[in-house]
Design a binder for this molecule. Structure first.
Ligand SMILES: [Zn+2]
Length: 155
């Protein structure tokens, strides 16, 4: 068994849909980034790659590569899943935490879990998505952006 950890943060930007955990969340701003800026999925991708000691998201999907410009992060997650499988691992479970003052995440958690489980080809009961605030402190507390953290277990 191998454990992996991932962390990511993106700032809010005007004129983009807000993509979190592969779900479009209604909010006036989206997240800046070379891809769709889905910090939650990026944390999960880094945890997957980290568990296998397979590098990180920046090495696998460099921002210098136009293929990943505005790419749906669910597609990047699917590629990371394939990479981990090819290395001989099975994904046991995922636990992810989104850190955001707003918007409210709870109404979207089931959709995020469903989308992540579908792409990772594991059961929804093996995918946990949680959300917390930082009690109005720091960059997430000021709603300048969101952060996310994830752990993954591979077998
Ligand atoms: Zn990211």
């Amino acid at each position: 068994m191998r454990i992996g950890h991932g962390f990511d943060a993106h700032r809010f930007a005007e004129g983009r849909p807000l993509m979190l955990g592969g779900a479009e969340v209604p909010y006036p701003r989206g997240l800046a980034g070379h891809s769709d800026g889905d910090a939650l999925l990026h944390a999960i991708i880094d945890a997957l790659l980290g568990a296998g000691a397979l590098g990180d998201i920046g090495a696998m999907f460099p921002s210098s590569d136009d293929r990943w410009k505005d790419a749906p992060s669910l597609d990047l997650l699917a590629r990371a899943r394939t990479r981990v499988r090819e290395a001989g691992y099975r994904i046991a479970n995922v636990d992810a935490t989104l850190i955001a003052q707003e918007p409210r995440i709870a109404p979207h958690v089931m959709e995020m879990r469903r989308r992540i489980a579908e792409v990772l080809q594991i059961d929804i009961t093996d995918v946990s998505v949680k959300a917390t605030t930082t009690d109005a402190m720091g960059f997430t507390g000021r709603s300048e952006g969101v952060a996310a953290s994830a752990v993954v277990l591979l077998e």
